[in-house]
Design a binder for this molecule. Structure first.
Ligand code: G3P
Ligand code: MG
Length: 240
C-alpha cells in the first residue's frame, strides 16, 4: 500500500509549508498531497483553508488577498516557534522542492467553496511548463474542476474526493469521468467500495494516522493512504 504525505509531513511540521514539504521530500514514500487556492491577483498558493486565520498570524480569505499581502504573514508560528518565518508557498515553490525526487504529486484543487475562476487552466499551465503530466494526480471535492481537467488534458490522472458513504460509486465516477476515487477513511471500507476496488480503479483514503486503521484499509484493498505521519507509517507498513 502506497503512502502520501498529507499536506506534507504535517504531523510534525506546519501543514502545507516548505518545511513540511522538505521533510516529505526526504522520505522514501510514494507521494505527497497538498491543497491549492487562488489569490486575489490570480496566483496559485498552497494552503488548506479558504482563509489564513487558522494557519497564520493574519486574517482574511486567500481570494481577497494578493500574493504580496499573503507573503507578509507567518505560517509557521501557529504550529511552533521553531517554524517562525515560514511563508505561504506558491504552487511553483512546492514543485521546486520535489524537482529532483520521484514522489507522486497529488494536487488538490480547493475550488469547492469558492469557485476560483480560471484556476484549472493555470494549474495545467504550470504542469505543462514543468512537464509533470505523468507525475501528478489532480483531485478535488469540486468534481466539475476534475471534469474540466480531463477535458483539457485527458493524459492527466484525476481523482474525485468524497467524505460520504457512497451508493453505486462506479456509475458516478465514470460519469464525471475521473480515474480514481479518494475518500474519507471510514467510508473507504464500507461494502460499496469493493465494487470500485474490484474494478481495478484506484481507491485511496484520508487521513490515516493510526496503524490499526492502516491495516484495515490495506486488507480492504485500498491502494494508498494519506497520512500526516508518513515516516511512522512507512516504518510500520514496511516492518510487516
Ligand atoms: O486529498 C485528501 C485530503 O487532503 C482531502 O481532505 O480536507 O485534508 O484537504 P482535506
Ligand atoms: Mg487536501
Amino acid at each position: 500500500m502506497d503512502i502520501f504525505a498529507h499536506r506534507g509531513a504535517s504531523g510534525n511540521f506546519p501543514e502545507n509549508t516548505i518545511a513540511a514539504f522538505k521533510e516529505a521530500a526526504r522520505l522514501p514514500v510514494f507521494g505527497v498531497e497538498f491543497d491549492v487556492h487562488m489569490t486575489a491577483d490570480g496566483e496559485l498558493v498552497v494552503i488548506h483553508d479558504e482563509s489564513i486565520n487558522r494557519t497564520s498570524d493574519g486574517t482574511g480569505y486567500v481570494k481577497d488577498l494578493s500574493l504580496g499581502e499573503l507573503m507578509k504573514h507567518d505560517f509557521g508560528s501557529w504550529f511552533s516557534s521553531d517554524f517562525q518565518g515560514e511563508t505561504i508557498p506558491t504552487l511553483v515553490d512546492v514543485l521546486d522542492v520535489f524537482d529532483s525526487t520521484e514522489h507522486k504529486l497529488n494536487i488538490e484543487l480547493k475550488s469547492d467553496i469558492f469557485p476560483y475562476e480560471g484556476m484549472v487552466g493555470r494549474v495545467l499551465d504550470v504542469i505543462a511548463e514543468r512537464q509533470l503530466e505523468s507525475r501528478v494526480i489532480i483531485s478535488s471535492f469540486d468534481h466539475s474542476a476534475i471534469q474540466a481537467v480531463k477535458r483539457l488534458n485527458p493524459q492527466i490522472e484525476t481523482a474525485a474526493l468524497f467524505m460520504e458513504v457512497l451508493v453505486h460509486p462506479l456509475d458516478y465516477i465514470h460519469r464525471i469521468p475521473a480515474d480514481a476515487l479518494h475518500i474519507l477513511f471510514p467510508a473507504a471500507i464500507r461494502p460499496p467500495m469493493a465494487e470500485v476496488i474490484n474494478s481495478g480503479m484506484p481507491v485511496r483514503t484520508f487521513t490515516v494516522n493510526d496503524e490499526k486503521y492502516a491495516m484495515l484499509v490495506k486488507q480492504a484493498g485500498v491502494q494508498a493512504i494519506f497520512t500526516d505521519y508518513p515516516e511512522k507509517m512507512n516504518a510500520f507498513l514496511h516492518s510487516r
